[in-house]
Design a binder for this molecule. Structure first.
Ligand code: ARG
Length: 564
């Protein structure tokens, strides 16, 4: 069932070779208001060849079009407007959703591996709101890409290497304890690290010791390696607690350290290709022809850099996964870095650099101010999520005091609220985080969508219990109030395609909000649970709304409780 295709076919049947099919497809618009029909074809493109005013062309074209599949086809100004055959549309959309269930919207727009670099927090430091954004945006993009045929590979490129580990080892040996790290790893490791910096201000010999320990670590010293891998494991355990709460899983935890033995190959190749230049003791790749700052490849002390690891990682992913695209869901402050990464690979002569995409996103602010994870202003994610769950609990207790699995539902609603709020804005937009706003059951929130879905489910459960819901296949839904809902339902596959093309989960979130709103308007005007011939068709509509809302939320990584 493709209604847009029917419109395209009807137009090309008249135009023949005058305008290629693909061009017709590109020109088709969706009118702003239902009064103007469901699809519109602008005639401006024909004005040149026909030497006629677009208004005249539209008037001439409209009556020539075979309207058998439509309620009507009319000219309005320079447009030919198509009104879909509502009862046929209703029947087809509801039948398709009933048949496919959660698979509705699944399509084959691509295939092959797509590594997604996402989350990627730093060991021994708290996960920031930026890491949360990367986690939930990356997770949703992975689900959306799966829905159009790709195989995403979720990679957590942990910040698990660097000179800070020398400092951490020194600090731990001086002031740390195994019990403290085990009890609260990130809090205590961060404390040692902060204390190291304070004390090093008056005791510069600490910095020398840290350098020496990092050197030992690089050389594979047993004690250093043991401490490093223990810090890493303890931190990861804590990160995993948050991933569990969010329901996010990874396919790989290959972080920066994984590339320790894979960088020489890259630097050797850069050298062999004559791309490395000396600049103030460091080695760089000049990127002035790309209008970019030089990429720093090696420091004067021979230490490799963030860029060099990312180069090694890009090559590894290319060789290992044979990717179709390679994505990096990382904050917009690293835009230059990823431009440089692509440019260096391009300079090395590899066209697959064009398949690398940085998926940037904006900052989260609180009262307009940047949230920082440095020093004091540490917002612990778990705390935010916990508070959201508490708020959800309060509201559920009010709305549904006898709900059996209230704790489980509160968890889904509270966590879902934070995730949904993150995803409903365009990625790149900076947005403010106000917990009370986020967890509200009304307005443009995740709980509003979840609540609408739960409501649809309770309508279904009640009606099925109280009425005879056996369907008569000859009866179709011809209720004008239902039309906007049906159209929304029919648009879901296109919405998924657009979200995938733009790597933009907000397209799905906005769609879910609109579907929920449209359904609530329908429900406010139409009595669903009345015993008449159209009852089964109305219930099929309600069931379809629930199926599509549930799947929309699923694509965002948000749960959809049946009751709340
Ligand atoms: N660990 C880095 C940070 O917290 C993010 C890493 C992003 N991924 C990458 N391949 N560079 O800023």
């Amino acid at each position: 069932m493709d209604f847009k295709q029917q419109v395209i076919d009807a137009i090309t049947a008249v135009l023949g070779d005058e305008l290629p099919k693909e061009q017709v497809a590109k020109l088709i618009e969706t009118p702003k208001s239902n009064d103007l029909g469901d699809y519109a074809f602008p005639t401006f493109a024909l004005a040149k060849t026909r030497h006629m005013a677009p208004v005249k062309i539209a008037a001439e074209l409209a009556p020539q079009i075979d309207a058998a599949n439509f309620d009507k086809v009319v000219a309005t100004g320079a447009y030919v407007n198509f009104f879909l055959a509502k009862t046929t549309f209703a029947k087809q959309v509801l039948a398709e959703i009933a048949a496919k269930g959660a698979d509705y919207g699944q399509q084959e727009l691509g295939h092959g591996n797509v590594p997604i670099d996402m989350s990627s927090p730093n060991i021994a430091k708290p996960m920031s709101m930026g890491h949360l954004r990367s986690t939930v945006i990356g997770n949703s993009i992975a689900k959306i890409l799966t829905k159009i045929g790709y195989t995403p590979i979720k990679i957590n490129h942990l910040g698990d290497w660097g000179t800070q580990f020398g400092k951490l080892i020194v600090a731990y040996k001086l002031w740390g304890s195994e019990a403290a790290v085990k009890a609260d790893p990130i809090k205590n490791l961060l404390e040692y690290y902060v204390r190291f910096h304070t004390e090093a201000e008056t005791k510069p010999e600490l910095d020398d010791e840290a350098r020496a320990w990092f050197k030992k670590l690089e050389d594979g010293d047993e004690e250093a390696t043991h401490l490093w891998s223990w810090f890493r494991a303890e931190s990861l355990k804590e990160f995993k607690r948050i991933y569990d709460i969010l329901g996010v899983e990874f396919d790989s935890f290959n972080g920066e350290a994984f590339y320790n033995d894979k960088m020489d190959k890259v630097t050797d190749e850069l050298e062999a290709k004559g791309l490395l230049q000396e600049s103030r003791g460091a080695e760089i790749v000049d990127l002035s022809k790309y209008d970019l700052n030089p990429a720093l490849i090696r420091k004067s002390d021979g230490a490799t850099l963030y860029m060099t690891r990312d180069l090694a990682a890009a090559f590894y992913r290319h060789d290992h996964y044979d990717f179709k695209q390679s994505l990096y869901v990382v904050g917009m402050e690293q835009t230059e870095h990823f431009k440089q990464l692509k440019a260096v690979i391009k300079e090395m002569g590899y066209d697959w650099a064009d398949d690398i995409h940085h998926i940037p996103f904006g900052l989260i602010t609180a009262n307009g101010k940047k949230l920082s994870t440095r020093k004091g202003n540490v917002i612990l994610l778990e705390k935010v999520l916990g508070e959201a769950v508490d708020l959800a609990k309060e509201q559920i207790a009010e709305k549904h005091p006898d709900l059996k699995n209230a704790d489980e539902v509160a968890e889904a609603v509270g966590v879902g609220a934070v995730v949904f709020h993150d995803l409903k804005n365009e990625r790149i937009d900076q947005f403010d985080f106000n917990l009370e706003e986020v967890v509200r059951f009304e307005g443009e929130t995740g709980p509003y969508v979840q609540y609408t879905n739960a409501r649809a489910n309770s309508i279904l459960a009640k009606a099925t219990a109280e009425f005879d819901v056996a369907a008569d296949a000859s009866v179709t839904l011809d209720d004008a109030n239902a039309w906007p809902v049906l159209k929304q339902l029919g648009a879901f596959p296109d919405v998924i395609a657009r979200a995938a093309k733009e790597y933009e989960p907000s397209v799905i979130a906005k769609y879910a909000l609109k579907l929920a709103k449209t359904f609530n308007q329908y429900y406010a005007h139409t009595k669903v649970a009345v015993q008449d011939a159209q009852l089964p068709a109305r219930l099929a509509l309600v069931q379809s709304v629930s199926t599509v809302l549930t799947e929309s939320l699923n694509l965002l990584g948000v749960k959809a409780p049946k009751e709340m």
